[in-house]
Design a protein around this ligand. Structure first.
Ligand SMILES: [Zn+2]
Length: 422
């Protein structure tokens, strides 16, 4: 795909403006399937003539289709309903995470077309080569020209321009050049980011519709540790070297449990999937849930057992939820968010823990911080980060600006997500 280019004066070149306008209209159609030309003109502020001109070009390129509407219109002629040709272009999303890494192919609407999973390997080179094979098998061959690119969700602190994992303590990855190994020899553009950040992006693309309007929110991911994706003033909070928002390693107890990061008493040691498993095993004399193969899977089974009324599972879940709330107290004091969105395994057990979490917050957080704060279980389940990786690619297609770049066009009605990845 050609990308938007800037002239030396910083102004957009002519073809870049044309492409930026196309992307803007494509995004209007994506957001409201069935929208008419007149509605697009109202939303974007473009003239009807310009909208018609650009839409016709998009139809000519096979990206948009129109259908006569049944309903009446103000001009007497029935308006056309515009929709994306969803499989005109596709994106690949990759999530690298134990116990299973996953590769998904999605269409322009973000709907899953195909899927592969790759069991975890201790040797990162072997694992990355297997993931690369899966990308090639989903996106190669006749599809190759219709692939916009590949988005990759990585664990830990990440150099997102190169796809390097700087440090992922929970899996022992330090300085792993994942991006280089995955992309070498493949024809597509790659994008990378941290898995919790991509949960935040996924919430805005595919999650609760309200999330699209949040400018200040936190996503909590508790699979393989405790990650937080933080959006502040519409942007992902990154810090000097992309290591910000590691709330999982904010200390709750100075002399507490030893953490993989070298510190003691980190929030992750009390409120992650592993912490839930630990709380459960403390109640069963050390025995695991039968038939589970890894911690993430076992945590989910514990929540399911709690939902079925198993008392030890419920106690373990409630204890973990209380620690979850304690960390949220710190989050709220530091960030004053509009919303905290909880991922798995807490999502599925939400009705068992929501009131405990709210009570804990009420007893510790000043009312002016709590009024207006939304606590929301994610709708995306364990797929959030993988879908966020695919959204990273779609985000570039519909808006044509990338990490660190200026936007290619001013957006009249932008949701947060368009800005979040500037
Ligand atoms: Zn730690």
């Amino acid at each position: 795909m050609p990308s938007v280019s800037f002239t030396t004066s910083g102004a957009l070149g002519k073809s870049a403006i044309r492409q930026a306008n196309e992307r803007l209209l494509l995004d209007s159609i994506r957001r409201r399937p069935g929208i008419s030309r007149a509605e697009i003109a109202r939303q974007t502020g473009f003239s009807r003539t310009s909208v018609t001109f650009v839409v016709n070009r998009l139809i000519g390129k096979g990206l948009v289709q129109e259908q006569k509407s049944e309903g009446p219109s103000q001009t007497g002629r029935p308006p056309s309903e515009l929709r994306l040709v969803s499989t005109a272009m596709m994106a690949v999303g990759v999530e690298i995470s134990p116990p299973e890494s996953r590769v998904v192919l999605v269409n322009l609407n973000g709907e899953t077309l195909e899927f592969r999973s790759i069991p975890w390997k201790a040797n990162s080179d072997v694992l990355l080569d297997e993931i690369k094979d899966a990308i090639r098998s989903l996106a190669g061959g006749r599809r190759s020209r219709r692939i916009i690119g590949v988005g990759v969700s990585l664990p830990g602190s990440v150099d997102k321009s190169a796809g390097r994992v700087i440090a992922a303590e929970s899996i022992g990855w330090f300085g792993i050049e994942a991006g280089k190994r995955l992309s070498r020899g493949l024809p597509w553009r790659f994008w990378y980011d941290n898995n919790a950040n991509l949960c935040a992006l996924a919430e805005q693309w595919f999650g609760n519709p309200e999330a699209n309007d949040f400018r200040y929110f936190v996503c909590i991911r508790a699979q393989g540790g405790l990650g937080t994706g933080v959006v502040m003033d519409g942007r992902i909070l990154r810090g000097m070297s992309s290591a910000a928002a590691e709330f999982g390693h904010v200390m709750l107890y100075p002399d507490g449990r030893l953490c993989n990061c070298g510190n003691r008493g980190c929030w992750e040691q009390y409120a992650s999937d592993a912490a839930l498993v630990r709380a459960y095993r403390e109640r069963t004399g050390g025995s695991a849930v039968a038939g589970t193969v890894n911690v993430t899977n076992e945590a989910i089974r514990i929540v399911d057992a709690a939902l079925d009324g198993d008392s030890r599972s419920l106690e373990a879940l409630r204890e973990t939820a209380r620690y979850l709330a304690l960390g949220c107290v710190n989050l709220i004091a530091a960030l004053n968010p509009q919303a905290i969105i909880f991922g798995e395994p807490f999502t599925r057990g939400w009705k068992l823990i929501e009131e405990d979490i709210r009570a804990e917050l009420r007893s510790r957080v000043p009312p002016y911080q709590l009024s207006g704060l939304r606590l929301i279980p994610s709708r995306l389940g364990p797929d959030a980060s993988m879908l966020g990786a695919a959204a990273l690619v779609l985000n570039s297609f519909f808006t044509r600006f990338d990490h660190g770049r200026e936007p290619s066009h001013p957006r009249k009605s932008s949701g947060v997500l368009m800005e979040a990845y500037r």
